[in-house]
Design a protein around this ligand. Structure first.
Ligand SMILES: [Zn+2]
Length: 291
């Protein structure tokens, strides 16, 4: 889709270093859209740096003569200038990162009262509220204690074939009330279409949830996760190590869904990200140091 070309373009933006004493900071870009991944590397022989972006801690992992951190820019982060602060021993490196509007479009959805209850339960729907609470805990648990080191060795792939129905970040109104932004990409096709893991990883959740139906969450390491919802069939269990391209289930319409489709998410623990920026791109290649 044409609207995603801008996102893909991000991934070819040159790295640009900022000299700072014995540490050199590389960023994938100084301007990022809502839903994009900030990638940074500190080249140093010293011990691990620490740092914050918008006051939130960065998590550095050792990588090729230095340290790398990934940080997801939320689609709720207001466009504007934000401070990136890196501490290397006594030294502090600061940079301004510009967050740009993701320019998300809107969609309107009309559903039956029964389906609406699933997403907007009234007070008497205690059972639904309890079930949603349990589901949320299970999902939070899946995203806690992320695997530190990246498990992937190649670029990310698309999880299935079909046609796109709802893009990332679309602001969704259900029966004319603001429901949410769309946390992933919807790909529709016939029920039973194979769903594949977008990269190597470890299964952290594989169960039937009320709203997202049969759902799989995979931890790819490096604080990058993918999830796959509304499946008709789950073919993995929690703890499984999966390969890039391995079939993990089949497309369906379980949970809050109006027809067979995959709801596909890529995220860090802090934010949902536009999945398209990962496809066909090795995110470490962004950090190749210029000669
Ligand atoms: Zn969706």
């Amino acid at each position: 889709m044409v609207k995603f070309l801008g996102v893909i373009f991000l991934l070819v933006v040159l790295t640009f270093p900022a000299l700072a004493g014995e540490g050199i900071l590389y960023l994938n870009s100084g301007e990022l859209k809502q839903g994009e991944l900030l990638v940074l590397k500190v080249e140093t022989t010293e011990h691990a740096p620490t740092g914050t972006f918008r006051g939130v801690n960065l998590h550095f992992i050792p990588w090729e003569m230095g340290w790398v951190a990934f940080f997801g820019i939320s689609y709720w982060t207001q466009p504007g200038d934000y401070q990136l602060k890196i501490h290397l021993g006594e030294k502090e490196i600061t940079r301004t990162i510009v967050v740009l509007d993701g320019d998300f479009s809107e969609s309107h959805l009309t559903v039956s009262e029964e389906q609406e209850k699933l997403i907007r339960p009234s007070e008497e729907d205690k059972e639904i509220i309890e079930r949603r609470g349990r589901d949320q805990k299970a999902v939070q648990n899946a995203y806690s204690n992320p695997i530190t080191m990246p498990l992937w060795e190649e670029d990310f792939i698309l999880p299935t074939t079909g046609w796109r129905t709802t893009g990332f970040g679309h602001t969704r109104y259900v029966n004319n009330e603001l429901n949410n932004r769309h946390s992933g990409i919807d790909i529709a096709n016939e029920a039973g279409t194979p769903i594949k893991s977008v990269n190597q990883g470890k299964v952290k959740l594989a169960e039937d949830l009320l709203v997202t139906g049969k759902t799989i969450i995979i931890d790819h390491g490096g604080r990058i996760f993918s999830s796959y919802s509304h499946l008709s069939k789950i073919e993995v269990v929690v703890g499984d190590m999966v390969e890039r391209g391995q079939k993990i289930g089949e497309m369906g319409s379980t949970g809050f869904s109006t027809g067979p489709h995959l709801h596909w998410v890529i995220r860090t623990p802090e934010a949902f990200l536009d999945p398209d920026q990962f496809v066909g791109n090795d995110i470490f290649s962004l950090l190749d140091i210029p000669e």
